[in-house]
Design a protein around this ligand. Structure first.
Ligand code: ZN
Length: 203
């Protein structure tokens, strides 16, 4: 199982970090060990002083495939949830400055949080899914799948040209504007529409 993530998929977020809007999806990966297992506490990593939340829509792959055409892409995922792509922003800034890979900032243990999955039924409007993140009961991030630069199906198509997709893989589809810091004791809650899908305390 692997975790594939899309960076800079919302114009407003690319801008808030001072990045250009990409002309093709920006892709990075997290290993299996990055997935926070359910009922496991999340501890603030010791190597960072600037841990950021990035709330994202996450797709669950249900079919093996390679070179998937965009018009068939929706057959390859059957679940969606909200999740967090935890990022050690101070480390990432250092690595970016040096032109080095991001893994230490993005792919560390427990950096991928997922909520409870909702089935992606054919009547789910994939272009109009609202999601949000609350920190200590206050709304901090809000997005809609219609704001994505690359749609779910465009992402699946693009990824599958490079990496085989396998049942159980997860795809983090990018974060909207509003990323920010979190500290020990913060409570993070992720929603799709008004359904709470995860709740997490930083220990
Ligand atoms: Zn992200």
């Amino acid at each position: 199982m692997k975790i594939i993530c899309v960076g800079r998929n919302y114009a407003a977020h690319a801008k808030e970090l001072g990045n250009d809007i990409p002309d093709e999806p920006v892709i990075f990966m997290k290993p299996k060990s990055a997935l926070l297992q359910s009922h496991t506490p999340f501890y603030y990593p010791e190597f960072t002083n600037e841990l950021h939340y990035e709330c994202e829509l996450v797709l669950r792959i249900c079919k093996n495939g390679k070179y998937i055409q965009e018009r068939h892409a929706s057959n390859y995922y059957n679940g969606i949830t909200a999740g967090i792509d935890f990022t050690a922003r101070d480390i990432q800034d250092e690595l970016k400055k040096k032109g080095l890979p991001w893994e230490k900032a993005k792919a560390f243990d427990n950096s991928a949080v997922i909520g409870k999955f909702i089935d992606t039924t054919p009547d789910l409007n994939r272009k109009n899914i609202n999601f949000s993140l609350y920190k200590n009961k206050e709304l901090v991030q809000q997005g809609n799948s219609g704001q994505m630069l690359f749609s779910f199906d465009a992402i699946i198509h693009h990824i599958s040209n490079y990496f085989s997709l396998n049942i159980g893989d997860l795809v983090f589809t990018g974060t909207p504007a509003g990323v920010g810091e979190c500290v020990v004791g913060d409570e993070l809650e992720g929603f799709i529409e008004d359904q709470k899908l995860f709740s997490l305390e930083i220990k």
